[in-house]
Write a protein that binds this ligand. Structure first.
Ligand code: FAD
Ligand code: SF4
Length: 562
């Protein structure tokens, strides 16, 4: 079966970046088709953040058989549980392969909303320390943009999203347009004050900057601290494409959102040297379809957009569409995480927290900011926070009988954890290609991922545990336990860099406006576009780049350039 329908724009993917492309393009007057591989999500039925454990079949412990058979990779993610498992892909239906000696844990969501439903909502701006890093270190290629190019677009998306946080005036972590910050708890305040005293302002602890509303904003309600945001949010208090950008696009009357539409490849017209449309497999009818548009935005995530292009080879682009540079699929990065430390903060035993604050602390990067480290370049930031131990401590503690049970009803001591997220260097040898031996449930060739940490990332991770232990010691913590978890790439869920931006078409896939050098009406605005990785969570930057690229594309379209 073949069906041809024409639009002004096609957006592939409806997650974090696809939602922004849909909103911007429709609001600028374009009739836009949003193609989403996964199923539709209806918040009133699918959001489950208020379901208590006793109403869950497995009491919140999760269905271990499903996890083992269907989601062996996804179920490793901290946000995967009995209720959220439906927001993660089936590893069985959506396989990928890796070098046997180089595992990569690829965590994905395949539904309307993508991973924006389950994300951790941490939102940080990049600075010129990041945009100038490659040039400074003579690594890979230079970014074609600087902070001033993106700053107005950070303002723009933040004003819509609503970001709570505290302004610090730090050059390495520019302030956002903030809603009021959430509060630190008493143990976090102890650590913050001790750090200020011991580290002379070099290491700063602040509340996480989060895409969660602390007051009503843009028709969405302030957060009521119920806790498990990754299960959805019926008050739409945290930002997701489903909660915010897709409804805005829908309101224009110009969006057609088509779930169950797996984009197989992009159609290239060699006469016009333009992308004329996309080939789609209808996941329900199992039928092949084609859709046409004047501009195409790939927002399917860093690895999926590249997979689409690798599956779109033509005689002119035998190694993948838009790949005249040979860089498509290369320079894959993810943040290296999980060096850190935990300890007990004495005092405040008689105080407790009210509600479940859906946010932690943040310590902005302090390495290689004012001074230089001999062991590594770039740096890392810490997430984490303090929690009072609950009744579960009884599992590790010896005891029995009524008195023991009664004692567990009282909150335990305050435990503090620092967990580092470090920058990953771009490396041509970390790449994805098509695995021609294996296909997914729709018969589409899957990707084979080749990715490993380099020496710099390993050195950063080691330093995280040392610096975290120092900060806990400076705070008077007891029982300090430094740790280094050896997670493979992918597990920070910040994969990026596979279609990097640059000035030179010979060494990059995209120009400074996320426009494919080779094909002017094709744009990639997901994490694929990143030329380096910074150490901060990347989604805010993807969203700002998407809004900027839409503005540019529509301007070019009006000028008749596309
Ligand atoms: C548990 C978790 C916590 C996270 N925490 C944070 C955080 O705190 N801060 C942060 O910045 N980032 C965080 N992230 C990462 C963040 O979710 C991603 O960076 C972001 O969602 C990427 O946006 P995207 O639009 O590229 O991809 P996605 O949001 O994944 O959306 C891609 C969409 O494309 C669809 N798609 C894929 N292939 C096709 C195809 N062939 N045809 C049609 N549609 C397709 C998918 O189904 C999906 O809906 C977290 C992620 C997870 C899972
Ligand atoms: S904690 Fe806040 S943002 Fe999270 S689900 Fe509850 S109300 Fe929504």
């Amino acid at each position: 079966m073949k069906n041809e329908t024409s639009y002004d724009a096609i957006v592939v993917g409806s997650g974090m970046t696809g939602g922004w492309a849909a909103k911007e393009l429709t609001e600028k007057g374009l009739k836009t088709l949003v193609l989403e591989a996964g199923r539709p999500i209806v918040p009133e039925q699918d959001y489950v953040e208020h379901v208590p454990p006793w109403e869950m079949k497995f009491r919140g412990l999760g269905d271990r058989v499903t996890a083992r058979d269907n989601q062996p990779i996804q179920s490793r993610c901290y946000a995967w549980d009995e209720l959220t498992s439906k927001f993660f892909v089936s590893d069985k239906e959506n396989p990928y392969t890796t070098d046997p000696s180089k595992p990569f844990w690829w965590i994905r969501g395949r539904q309307v909303g993508g991973r924006s439903i389950v994300w951790g909502r941490q939102t940080y701006r990049w600075s010129d320390l990041d945009f100038e890093a490659n040039l400074h270190d003579a690594i890979a290629i230079d970014w074609p943009i600087r902070y001033l190019d993106i700053a107005p677009w950070y303002d723009y998306v933040e004003e819509f999203i609503g970001i709570s946080g505290e302004a610090l005036g730090l050059p390495q972590l520019p302030d956002s347009k903030f809603l009021p910050p959430m509060q630190l708890n008493c143990a976090e305040t102890v650590v913050r004050d001790a750090m200020a005293k011991h580290f002379g302002g070099d290491r700063v602890l602040t509340i996480g900057r989060a895409a969660i509303l602390t007051k009503d904003h843009g028709g969405r309600l302030a957060c009521h601290y119920c806790g498990p945001c990754e299960r959805g949010c019926i008050t739409r208090s945290y930002f997701s494409s489903l909660n915010a950008t897709l409804p805005a696009a829908e309101k224009t009357g110009r969006m057609t959102l088509r779930p169950h539409s797996v984009v197989h490849s992009v159609i290239f017209d060699p006469r016009t040297r333009r992308a004329s449309g996309v080939r789609v497999i209808d996941a329900v009818a199992r039928a092949a379809l084609e859709f046409r548009a004047r501009i195409i935005f790939l927002c399917a995530s860093a690895l999926e957009s590249v997979r689409i292009l690798l599956n779109s080879s033509t005689p002119e682009f035998p190694n993948g569409l838009a790949n005249s540079s040979g860089e498509l699929g290369h320079n894959l990065m993810d943040h290296i995480k999980a060096g850190g430390a935990r300890g007990t903060i004495s005092g405040n035993e008689n105080r407790t927290m009210i509600g479940r604050r859906p946010n932690g602390i943040y310590v902005p990067r302090f390495r290689n900011v004012k001074t230089r480290q001999a062991e590594f370049i770039r740096g890392y930031g810490f997430e984490g926070g303090a929690n009072q131990q609950g009744w579960q401590r009884g599992i590790a503690q010896a005891g029995f009988g009524p008195e023991f049970k009664k004692s567990l009803r009282q909150p335990g001591p305050w435990q503090f954890t620092f967990l580092g997220y470090g920058e990953c260097l771009p490396n041509h040898n970390n790449y994805v290609e098509l695995d021609k031996e294996k296909v997914d449930a729709y018969g589409i060739p899957v990707v084979k991922i080749h990715c490993a940490w380099g020496e710099n990332e390993i050195a950063l991770r080691k330093d995280m545990s040392i610096a975290a232990a120092e900060m806990l010691a400076a705070s008077g913590a007891r029982n300090i336990e430094p740790f280094v978890h050896d997670y493979p790439p992918g597990f920070s869920i910040h994969e990026m860099g596979t279609a990097r931006m640059g000035r030179d078409p010979k060494t990059s896939v995209l120009n400074s406006f996320n426009q494919v050098h080779d094909i002017k009406n094709l744009f990639i605005t997901d994490g694929g576009a990143m030329t380096s990785s910074s150490c901060v969570n990347p989604s805010l930057t993807y969203m700002a780049l998407t809004a900027r690229a839409c503005d540019y594309a529509v301007e070019q379209l009006k000028k008749g350039e596309l």
